[in-house]
Design a protein around this ligand. Sequence first.
Ligand code: HEC
Length: 149
Amino acid sequence: MSVRFLSVAALVGLMLAGSPSLWATEQRQFDYMLNCQGCHLPDGSGNPQRQVPAFPGQLGKFLSVPGGRAYLVQVPGSALSGLSDDALAGVLNWMLVTFSAAELPADFKPYTGAELHAWRQTSPVDIERVRRELLERIAHQEQQQRKGT
Ligand code: HEC
């Protein structure tokens, strides 16, 4: 029994070592731990009393209103992080799927580094106002959807 257990463990170890996509996921989580988790916490719950918003139940909603896709890149925490464009795209995709899969739009397309490069260079001056406007758009859209059903 213990021999069998050992061989299964060895096999899983080999699979992990040989799986680039799994390694990529771990790299993203690691980037999140090093660059984002200090404020946003391991479970993405942040600190809403201190203006660090919670990701669960919310983050994916930004992608369904105009301006939201750029906003997630342009907040200072994202735009000014030391991450490369590709790494930032990877962390944002990882955060969306990990913390807010239920809110992702059906046609969700993962960020790419090339896509977010220009957004990063042009952060809006008043990011809090942009956030408020997006939240109003989201609320409005949810109201329309409730009326429609
Ligand atoms: C020093 C604290 C801090 C760090 C570190 C930080 N953030 Fe943030 N983050 C915030 C605050 C505060 C906000 C609210 C918007 C604002 O005022 O910038 C925010 C908002 C966000 C939002 C928008 C969520 C929403 O509901 O509006 C995203 C996306 C985000 N951060 C991503 C990141 C990523 C990715 C990293 C790491 C690369 C990161 N943040 C690191 C403090 C931080």
